[in-house]
Write a protein that binds this ligand. Structure first.
Ligand SMILES: Nc1ncnc2c1ncn2[C@@H]1O[C@H](COP(=O)(O)OP(=O)(O)O)[C@@H](O)[C@H]1O
Ligand SMILES: [Mg+2]
Length: 364
């Protein structure tokens, strides 16, 4: 895409989605409501997103021929996960606009590059150090202090690829257990709560943020989100400003999520950015039922070159994830007054697997 040739879809046009999980599924459903078609590309024949689109490509991300055919079938390409291989994105970008721009992935696929980018904007993060050996782990721990969190630079999610290192732990053992050659050590942040901002940036540079969400994790997996977060409006405004600056600096088109820690301080709480997700995000699922527009529709509008909506929240919203066996309770949830149930159509409820979610909205 060039500035002189921006994407401008019409109803009936086709969006290509890389990745076939629940995020791709909910993107395709939002696109459908706007009269847009989607074609999903995923190597997994059991992809939940395949069930809601007419056209799917089941192939490996390295399958150049399949990628070329897919590109030929679609008008614009987007993705529902951040670990799109660089070669895949480049093959597609040579043929069709890829939005958000795939160069963003170089920053967001690598925790070190991402932290350098965020701190480069003058935005606070946990203290961090580049770690590539036991020696650099020891040096990082000495500089940052313990406890600290050691994370693989790439491919971590839901707390995978992370270890806490405490006073008295053997750095050599912690390093060996992580089974990586490139990691980042972060100071342990004694946060009072975790929040996220879901922001959409349109092709014209307009940014629309949803109300700040508060997130509760268990076993490193998001369990419950509340909107709005129980924080002062001045702090919420700072959080939205941070997300807006990040989206603008990335020249981003689409929806992104910025996870932040609220850190207590003598002069009141402050914010630290934890991570950026260059995609729709679990902590934004509440917008499907709790706001006048969902994060999925905002993403579709942005990549279609359509105006973003001004999101109006409908009340106090709670989103509860159905993880693993939680989903077995779906029939009970179906009877809860006011609850809206979303099931992703996954056949096997493996422990830790996101199977669905429930939204409840109470008047403000
Ligand atoms: N530096 C840190 N200090 C304290 N807690 C952390 C820190 N980094 C991560 N965590 C906790 O672990 C969770 C998962 O870490 P995160 O970096 O978001 O990785 P991912 O979501 O990719 O698994 C966070 O939501 C937070 O609860
Ligand atoms: Mg996270």
């Amino acid at each position: 895409m060039t500035a002189s040739n921006p994407v401008k879809l019409k109803p009936g046009d086709t969006i290509g989605i890389l990745g076939g999980g629940q995020l791709g599924r909910m993107l395709a459903m939002a696109a459908g409501r706007l009269g847009l078609r989607c074609q999903v590309f995923s190597p997994d024949p059991d992809s939940p997103a395949f069930d809601v689109v007419q056209n799917a490509t089941c192939a490996e991300y390295a399958d150049v021929e399949a990628l070329e055919l897919f590109a030929g079938d679609v008008d614009v390409v987007t993705y529902e996960f951040e670990n799109v291989p660089a070669a895949t994105a480049m093959t597609l970008a040579a043929r069709r606009p890829v939005l958000p721009n795939h160069k963003i992935l170089e920053t967001t696929q690598d925790r070190l590059a991402e932290k350098d980018f965020v701190t480069g904007l003058g935005i606070a993060t946990a203290r961090y150090a580049d770690v590539s050996s036991v020696a650099s782990l020891r040096a990082g721990a000495a500089a940052i202090g313990l406890p600290a969190v050691l994370k693989t630079r790439r491919f971590g999610y839901d707390g995978k690829g992370q270890a806490i290192i405490r006073e008295g732990d053997d750095p050599a053992a912690v390093w060996a257990d992580l089974e990586t050659r490139s990691a980042i050590l972060e100071g342990f942040v004694p946060f009072e709560r975790e929040i996220s901002v879901i922001a959409a940036r349109g092709a014209d540079g307009t940014v629309e943020c949803f109300d700040v969400t508060e997130n509760k994790h268990g076993d490193h997996i998001l369990r419950v989100s509340h909107a709005p977060a129980a924080i002062p409006e001045s702090l919420a405004a700072q959080a939205r400003d941070i997300a807006t600056r990040i989206a603008t600096a990335l020249n981003y088109i689409g929806v992104l999520a910025v996870e932040m820690f609220v850190v207590p301080g003598r002069d009141g709480p402050t914010l630290m950015v934890n991570e950026i997700a260059p995609r729709v995000h679990n902590s934004g699922h509440w917008t499907l039922d709790g706001a006048s527009v969902s994060q999925f529709e905002q993403h579709i509008r942005a990549i279609a070159g359509w105006p973003l909506a001004k999101a109006i929240r409908h009340g106090q919203v709670t989103m509860t994830n159905l993880i693993g066996d939680d989903v077995l309770g779906y029939e009970t949830w179906l009877t809860v007054p006011g609850a809206t149930v979303h099931l992703y159509g996954k056949a096997v409820a493996r422990p830790g697997r996101k199977m669905g979610h429930v939204t409840e909205v109470k008047p403000d």
